[in-house]
Design a protein around this ligand. Structure first.
Ligand code: FE2
Length: 252
């Protein structure tokens, strides 16, 4: 079996060797009756995820504004933070953010979206620009906390992204190869709650679907679906994976 992560010989792009979902799921063994489970929700465009290309009318300007930013916060591996690379809050200006929020409301059919704030004076990472290079992290399948959001959104803003560096959606993969679910539902808030495990290796997931990284593409999805970045790339500031990320709460 391939190691979970490998550097390509051509560039500085780390990509995910998540195990692909087999074509014949009926040939897989059953889930052990005592194993923890997740529910499964089939991925359907327009139902639980949405892709909009050319979403920002001035994406080049925004991308340039981010890349030429002076002041960034530093995450892993530079600081003891759970998030990788560099970031700053307020990536989109108010009118740009309003355009995205209007677009998202229309897509999900909600009149009202809001940003929840975590307790303890922490700040939700909504409308944040993230710049992450090949060597700064590896993909980590996760769900975004149901306490804080119902929808998550990423806009890819690297002008020349590496292939296979968009977003992957995942299904649980058991040690015997059985395929499981992909979503965290109430009363659970995240995977740790739902599965009663702190962390899972990358081999614990099948890749269900992959969305390519395309400049100015928005991927919006139900935040309780298991997802991760497919891969990261670049070593110098302007070559790294630039995205803006958003999290919204909505009425159920
Ligand atoms: Fe996420």
């Amino acid at each position: 079996m391939l190691p979970p992560f490998e550097r390509t010989p051509l560039d500085n792009h780390y990509f995910l060797h998540m195990i692909s979902k087999p074509s014949d799921l009926n040939a897989l063994p059953a889930i052990h009756p005592n194993a923890p489970r997740l529910p499964y929700e089939e991925l359907k465009h327009g139902v639980n995820y949405w892709i909009v290309d050319q979403v920002l009318p001035n994406a080049e300007e925004i991308s340039e504004r981010c890349f030429s930013r002076d002041k960034w916060e530093y995450g892993a591996p530079y600081q003891p933070e759970s998030w990788p690379g560099m970031r700053f809050h307020g990536a989109l200006l108010p009118d740009e953010l309003a355009h995205i929020e209007t677009t998202v409301k229309k897509l999900v059919g909600k009149d009202k979206l809001w940003t929840e704030q975590p307790p303890g004076g922490l700040r939700l990472d909504c409308n944040v620009a993230q710049l992450v290079g090949a060597k700064e992290t590896t993909p980590h399948p996760h769900t975004d906390s149901r306490k804080l959001c119902r929808y998550a959104c990423v806009i890819y803003l690297s002008p020349n992204p590496a292939p296979d560096s968009g977003t992957s959606f995942c299904r649980l993969r058991y040690p015997n190869g059985a395929i499981g679910g992909n979503i965290v539902l109430a009363p659970h808030n995240n995977l740790v709650d739902a599965l009663k495990v702190k962390a899972l290796p990358i081999e614990a997931w099948y890749e269900d679907m992959r969305v390519e990284n395309v400049f100015n593409r928005m991927i919006l999805y139900k935040a309780n679906l298991v997802h991760c970045a497919t891969g990261y790339f670049g070593q110098t500031l302007r070559d790294k994976r630039l995205t803006t990320v958003f999290f919204w709460m909505a009425e159920d």
